[in-house]
Write a protein that binds this ligand. Structure first.
Ligand code: GRF
Length: 357
């Protein structure tokens, strides 16, 4: 392996200090760099030109798999590092195991940090942005080369065979994940003809992530960031959109996801995001639906599956299931009744919806 390959963070720190002492500016970038293409090469050249040396931090094989899904990376980390080290623009390569490059940035402490053009200084992950600001690192966004991407290379290579694949679903949830489990079960029995590509949650440690782990489904906990009103930050929204893209998701299924999705995600998945809401919409959008139905002395309530738009539980209704509200019912008993309807209805409606979209 070339001497450009740095194996430890300490080595990276020593190298950086030598560069700094010599008055040289270090540029840092990171990514998977799995199937190198001209877009990468031009991007790295441009990054290198911003300073005197370029260090590229690459994701370990495990973290590429987590980010891009099964079957990736195509090339293992050693090979990817070797190829990158051979480029004129690249001075050092480090491999990092975490999903994010923060620890590597901290040890390299570059003068300049670069990202590809689908990012802006505002939609960098909060944790990364905070670190860059704290260390006084210059952030530069470089434009990506249109039409050149690992994804498009893989698609070209897959040719027609990709058409034989089952539709891919992503499930997003914040809670226990009983609906997710019913969808998984339907896939396992063959009642739902689809693949569950990824499960995401905005709540670290949520039950739904435990289900993903037990079922061997790739999962991702999204850092929702902190904004007024608990809205997803631009960075969180971008992370969701990026993962949906890398997993080539056809349909997004919200199952107890307690955040509102917004543009640009909605347009990218127009009519391809479903939600399940525990009331007979348009009645009782929002929270506490069971208690509100009881307080209003309704004789029935239920669940609604609808297409997601920018409103709160407002999109076009696809299906509903009803339950009666009987004497002695309370919010908890109603929730139980409604969930048992949901567990049958949601997988079935997803299957029918996939045939149409
Ligand atoms: C469901 O009742 C659904 O209607 C609502 O959130 C609940 C999610 O439950 N949107 P679970 O996490 O699937 O058990």
């Amino acid at each position: 392996m070339s001497e450009s390959f740095i194996t430890s963070r300490d080595q990276a720190a020593i190298w950086r200090n030598e560069m700094d002492a010599a008055g040289k500016r270090v540029v840092f970038t990171n990514g998977c760099f799995d199937l190198l293409h001209a877009g990468h090469v031009r991007y790295l050249k441009e990054a290198r030109a911003l300073g005197d040396a370029l260090v590229v931090a690459i994701n370990s094989d495990e973290s590429v798999r987590e980010l891009k899904g099964e079957g990736r990376p195509v090339h293992n980390a050693e090979d990817r590092a070797e190829i990158l080290c051979a480029l004129e623009a690249v001075d050092k390569v480090v491999v990092y195991g975490e999903k994010r490059a923060t620890a590597s940035i901290e040890s390299v402490r570059p003068h300049i940090y670069t990202k590809g053009g689908d990012y802006t200084a505002d939609n960098l992950i909060d944790e990364e942005k905070a670190l860059l600001d704290r260390l006084g690192i210059d952030i530069r966004i470089l434009s990506l080369v249109p039409g050149r991407s690992t994804r498009s290379t893989l698609e070209k290579m897959a040719g027609d065979s990709s058409r034989d694949e089952k539709p891919k679903i992503a499930i997003l949830g914040s809670g226990t994940g009983s609906n997710a489990q019913s969808i998984i079960d339907a896939v396992k029995t063959g009642d739902l003809d689809a693949d569950i590509a990824v499960i995401m949650s905005d709540v670290a440690g949520a039950g739904i992530l435990g289900i993903a782990e037990r079922e061997g489904i790739p999962s991702l906990d999204i850092d929702p960031g902190t904004t007024k009103g608990g809205h997803l930050t631009d960075a969180a929204l971008k992370e969701i959109a990026d993962r949906l893209k890398s997993y080539r998701v056809d349909l997004v299924v919200l199952a107890g996801f307690m955040r509102i999705l917004r543009e640009p995600l909605l347009s990218r998945f127009e009519n391809r995001i479903l939600n399940i809401h525990p009331s007979l919409l348009p009645k009782y959008p929002g929270l506490n639906t069971f208690q509100r139905a009881i307080d209003a002395e309704e004789s029935e309530t239920g669940t609604t599956i609808h297409v997601v738009d920018s409103g709160l539980d407002t999109g076009e209704i696809v299906a509903q299931g009803k339950v009666s509200i009987d004497a002695g019912d309370n919010a908890a008993s109603l929730q139980e009744k409604v969930k048992s309807v949901e567990h049958k209805l949601y997988p079935q409606v997803i299957g029918e919806y996939l045939q149409k979209c």
